[in-house]
Design a protein around this ligand. Structure first.
Ligand SMILES: *Cc1c(COP(=O)(O)O)cnc(C)c1O
Length: 295
């Protein structure tokens, strides 16, 4: 898999950089692979290695109908010769989402469970006792370890700020590990009412000293996970027209919106060097009606 991945490109946000007197670069993880885009590959790789070592032949994981993690897992499992089972939140519909259709085409066996039952998904895996279980979103120690390699090919020292979206908080935990005490990690939480993620991050990287260089913004969820009101879609089109930067409705649009809002509030000292992690997820936009996005 590593051999099929492109080294991520860095794209400067020229127009915003000059308007606000800072330097903003974007790490385009969305471009590293046509299917396993974004941060999901980084979070998966050590789990798959571990599964091989334990001589498991089947991987079980979880997610919703548009989950980037489900799709990435399905593809990576096919690539490495694992069988894969996806436990999908929600009842089966006659028309599968494009994400699930693709996952299925990579050989993933889909098990649909009702939303109530999904809450107890840890119980559901008891029937797959021989399989290797990967938590939803690739959360956990090996996911963090993988995420900490995201910056491996970046000249990271020059950045004062590293900004990313937060779902489970796994990616930002890895980024905190890979950066130093002069660098602040900014996380834009896309879940509503999940302020506890901050404590979770500090706990899971077991390092209290990161507290003062972790800054989480909880106000940019636009109504909640995967909610995408017109104002957000309009911002996505604006960002595309101004910087040719495509974003997804679940994570990266909210991240870029937040950074733009912080720039307008003069949150960053002038000449700050800011790195935004574009964590991918563009396939999730397939849930939108055609024509709403300009890209
Ligand atoms: C999963 C995902 C995230 C969130 O990463 P976490 O490690 O769960 O915080 C961010 N962006 C995209 C595009 C994702 O698919």
């Amino acid at each position: 898999m590593n051999e099929t991945l492109k080294v991520p490109r860095i794209q400067q946000l020229q127009s915003f950089s000059s308007e606000f007197g800072v330097y903003i670069d974007v790490l385009r993880l969305d471009e590293i692979h046509p299917i396993v885009s974004g941060n999901k590959w980084y979070k998966l790789k050590y789990y798959l290695e571990d599964a091989k070592q334990q001589q498991k032949d089947t991987i079980v994981t979880f997610g919703g109908a548009y989950s980037n993690h489900i799709l990435a897992t399905a593809f990576a499992c096919k690539h490495y010769g694992f069988k894969s089972i996806g436990i999908i939140r929600g009842e089966e519909t006659t028309i599968l989402s494009s994400t699930l259709k693709q996952a299925k085409s990579f050989g993933m066996d889909l098990h649909f469970v009702g939303r109530k039952e999904y809450l107890y998904k840890e119980k559901l895996v008891e029937q797959f006792e021989q399989a290797y279980i990967i938590a939803e979103g690739g959360e956990g120690v090996l996911g963090i370890k993988g995420a900490s390699t995201i910056l491996d090919q970046v000249k990271i020292k020059k950045y004062n700020y590293i900004a990313c979206a937060i779902g489970t908080g796994t990616m930002i935990s890895g980024l905190l590990k890979a950066t130093n005490r002069n660098q602040q990690c900014i996380g834009v939480n896309v879940l509503k009412g999940f302020e506890a993620v901050e404590r979770k991050i500090i706990y899971q990287i077991a390092d209290d000293s990161v507290t003062n260089r972790l800054k989480i913004f909880n106000e940019y969820h636009f109504g909640g996970y995967a909610k995408h009101p017109t104002a957000l879609i309009e911002f996505m089109n604006y960002l595309w027209q101004r910087e040719e930067m495509p974003t997804d409705i679940v994570y990266t649009s909210k991240l870029f919106y937040a950074v733009h809002d912080l720039l307008k509030q003069n949150h960053f000292e002038s000449k700050s060097n800011i790195l935004i992690i574009h964590s991918g997820g563009l396939q999730g936009n397939s849930s939108l009606a055609q024509g709403r996005l300009l890209f």
